[in-house]
Design a protein around this ligand. Structure first.
Ligand SMILES: O=C(O)CCC(=O)C(=O)O
Ligand SMILES: [Fe+2]
Length: 368
């Protein structure tokens, strides 16, 4: 595994109303400034970057070949998913699929599992499919989190995956949504989020945008710029354009991260960020990422472990939080137009995960 420290470059605040911010500066590796170096000795560099900038890119956490394999397993899952357009009343859940990654005209909501506005798939037990768990169990994906938390005894989130299809005809492009995934009531580093990048994320492609250094300022921002009476326990705070000016005045501005297949991006949940979509007409790359977040098992109380077991048994997704605040997502989709349950809802994954001892411990089914 190799690691890199990414650069941060001065940019303007995002135009939240724009479809895709065009004024972002680029950091990372695909911009022609490779910074990755091989060897164990680089660990300290990315860790330093994580703590000072609030994020780090770990180059080639899995190999490009592995990334391609996971990407293809992800796409195959979508290509085998029943199409609502083909559903008949006799066997609605076994309708033939119609989505093909190579045929953009098939990229329609009816042909896909229900997808959130931010392009994630968290229903139909998808977060527990074997291909997702295999990735979560990759030793080289787990290792950086063990280094970060200084313990191999970790729990993992049952997080979603994201497949963002460029130039969709039936889905508007989502605009910037700068946020942190930690409630103002919490302080300090508690949650480290991650994504495994399975495709090239160049300057115009979909990718993570971060505000380097923002993790150090959010507490002060909440204390001095917001009314505590409005704070929520929810581990999410969305920023308005004018709120971001406070950060810009302190030289904290967005950077679009470039990454290669197999790179792991880790960030502090207090770092302001959002997932940018591929730029219309400028990118034809299908953004394919799996979110991963590991946290020390020792910090989880008995109720948390119990909640995790329940979520796992029911094949439910969670948020990015792995060792506290477990909120299971029911995963049953109700069709928007008809308000009836999606006949394609499932009670178990198509291919169940093979956890082994490591996986059992990462779930909380087996103690460390
Ligand atoms: O899609 C992304 O890159 C970021 C999504 C996000 O905000 C998150 O995982 O917390
Ligand atoms: Fe987020």
């Amino acid at each position: 595994m190799s690691a890199t420290v990414t650069s941060t470059v001065e940019v303007q605040a995002p135009r939240l109303t724009s479809i895709v911010p065009t004024d972002l500066k680029i950091g990372g590796n695909v911009d022609g400034t490779p910074k990755a170096t091989d060897g164990e000795g680089q660990t300290a560099d990315w860790l330093h970057d994580f703590h000072t900038q609030g994020y780090a890119i770990i180059k080639s956490a899995i190999t490009p070949e592995q990334a391609e394999e996971y990407r293809s397993r992800t796409w195959s899952h979508l290509e085998n998913f029943p199409s609502l357009s083909n559903a008949s009343s006799s066997s609605p859940s076994a309708a033939p699929p119609a989505f093909k990654i190579s045929e953009p005209e098939t990229w329609t909501a009816n042909n896909l599992p229900f997808q959130s506005k931010i392009n994630t798939f968290s229903s139909y037990c998808i977060p527990h499919e074997r291909f997702v768990w295999d990735l979560r169990l990759e030793p080289s994906i787990i290792a950086p989190f063990a280094t970060l938390w200084q313990t191999p005894e970790l729990l993992v989130s049952f997080d979603a995956l994201n497949v963002t299809l460029p130039n969709r005809r039936d889905k508007p492009v989502n605009s910037a949504w700068p946020h942190v995934d930690q409630s103002p009531f919490r302080s300090g580093l508690i949650c480290a989020q991650g994504l495994v990048n399975l495709n090239t994320a160049g300057p115009h492609d979909g990718g993570l945008v971060v505000f380097p250094g923002s993790h150090k300022l959010v507490s002060e921002f909440f204390e001095t710029q917001t009314d505590k009476a409005n704070w929520s326990q929810r581990d999410l705070y969305l920023f308005t354009e004018s709120e971001l000016e406070w950060f810009a005045e302190r030289d904290v501005k967005p950077v679009k991260l470039c990454a290669d297949p197999g790179d792991l991006i880790i960030w502090d949940s207090r770092t302001i960020h959002w997932g940018a979509e591929p730029e219309p007409e400028k990118s034809d790359v299908v953004r394919t990422v799996v979110y991963v977040s590991y946290a020390p098992a020792a910090a989880a109380d008995a109720a948390t472990i119990e909640a995790r077991k329940q979520c796992f048994e029911k094949w439910q997704a969670t948020t990015h939080w792995a060792n506290r605040n477990i909120i299971g997502r029911d995963g049953k989709v109700v069709l928007q137009e008809s308000q009836v349950e999606d006949p394609r809802n499932r009670s178990e994954p198509v291919e169940k995960p093979v956890l082994g001892e490591k996986g059992m411990k990462l779930v909380g089914l087996m103690p460390y």
